[in-house]
Ligand binder design. Structure first.
Ligand SMILES: *[C@@H]1O[C@H](CO)[C@@H](O)[C@H](O)[C@H]1NC(C)=O
Ligand SMILES: *[C@@H]1O[C@H](CO)[C@@H](O)[C@H](O)[C@H]1NC(C)=O
Ligand SMILES: CC(=O)N[C@H]1CO[C@H](CO)[C@@H](O)[C@@H]1O
Length: 315
């Protein structure tokens, strides 16, 4: 966590994985495995690369469920929170070495079929934005360009290694996380940060639209978590949330005065009624609702296809 800001709607990949698992009519899995790259919004499931590696269980997991390379505080740029996480470029590198080991176990043909049908889930970028502090509008444009070019390069590398199905979660309203709200006397969202999130997301959207036609067989679904989360902020009660601005686990005003959830933090009585678990990350229930939304609606927050349609593609 290391004091960095992460995407608001932390989609637990576990929620996606179970949604994927439940999608088949007879309960069979729709994708053979889920590979996850990104930041702390996604660093829970499947099991983390370093854990699997240290327990000598990397390849069994890679061949049957998938691997998470996501790392708290990570950015698209190597310089983001440098030394405190595994940046995207290194996550891609770890995937490459996983693939080599998978091939030794299973052979290239089977691994190639598995990877082409697997779901590659990505969510990253907010840590870069908040570390960068661009001063002029030109700096902002240069930052987006740089980020999107590096993001596209990582995606292209994964494609080059056989990945075909990319579920990409765009940036949520990071100006509305409790840690940011607490900086304002009235607890208001930071509009400047939210504008940055929207700008980045729209750059990613055009970047993907430009990239896709250059990579035969490349398929993607881009989730607009900004719009989806703002809808919830507008009417949290409609989804059973009684609190949409404070951390369930935290200290002081908005539960955001003393870092993230700690041993001596105050816990809310009903975490399912809160959107935020700690000062930055969503609760499990908020994440699960978001995952369902991305997977299959009912409201369309993905384009050009849903995560479900992407998962169901066959290669
Ligand atoms: C707090 O939020 C309000 C409403 O968005 C804004 O007008 C004000 O400038 C903010 N104050 C600070 C210190 O950012
Ligand atoms: C809570 O614990 C942390 C260490 O985990 C400490 O730094 C902090 O001062 C404590 N806060 C209170 C209010 O006791
Ligand atoms: C991971 C990373 O930071 N890669 C590259 C991002 O883009 C700049 C140039 O725009 C490169 O210098 C980095 O190596």
């Amino acid at each position: 966590m290391k004091g960095s800001l992460m995407v608001l709607i932390g989609i637990l990949a576990v929620a996606l994985a179970s949604a994927v698992a439940a999608a088949g009519t007879t309960g069979e899995r729709v994708v053979p495995a889920v590979f996850v790259l990104g930041d702390s919004t996604l660093d829970r499931s499947p099991v983390a690369y370093l854990v699997l590696k240290s327990r000598n269980y990397l390849i069994p997991s890679a061949l049957t469920r998938g691997v998470s390379y996501a790392s708290a505080g990570a950015g698209i740029l190597d310089s983001t929170n440098a030394g405190e996480n595994i940046p995207l470029s290194k996550q891609v590198h770890y995937f490459a070495s996983t693939k080599t080991e998978m091939e030794s176990a299973w052979g290239t043909r089977k691994v190639s079929a598995l990877l082409a049908n697997s779901f590659f889930l990505l969510s990253i970028g907010s840590n870069d934005l908040f570390q960068s502090k661009p001063k002029t509008p030109a700096d902002v444009v240069a930052l987006y360009t740089n980020l999107v070019s590096n993001y596209s390069a990582a995606i292209t590398d994964l494609y080059g290694m056989g990945a075909r199905k990319f579920g990409i979660i765009n940036m949520g309203p990071v100006g509305c996380v409790p840690r940011v709200r607490v900086l304002n006397a009235t607890g208001a969202c930071n509009d400047g940060m939210n504008r940055m999130a929207v700008g980045f997301s729209s750059a990613v959207k055009s970047g993907l639209a430009a990239l896709a036609p250059t990579l035969p067989g490349f398929a993607y679904s881009l989730a607009d978590s900004f719009a989806a989360t703002n809808d919830v902020f507008a009417n949290p009660q409609s989804l059973g949330f009684v609190n949409a601005d404070s951390a369930c686990c935290g200290v002081g005003r908005l539960g955001a005065e003393d870092g993230l959830c700690k041993r001596n933090s105050t816990l809310c009585a009903d975490r399912d009624a809160y959107m935020f678990w700690d000062a930055v990350h969503s609760t499990q229930r908020a994440a699960e609702l978001a995952a369902q939304q991305m997977f299959d609606g009912p409201f369309q927050i993905t384009e050009p296809i849903s995560f479900k349609q992407l998962a169901q593609k066959k290669y």
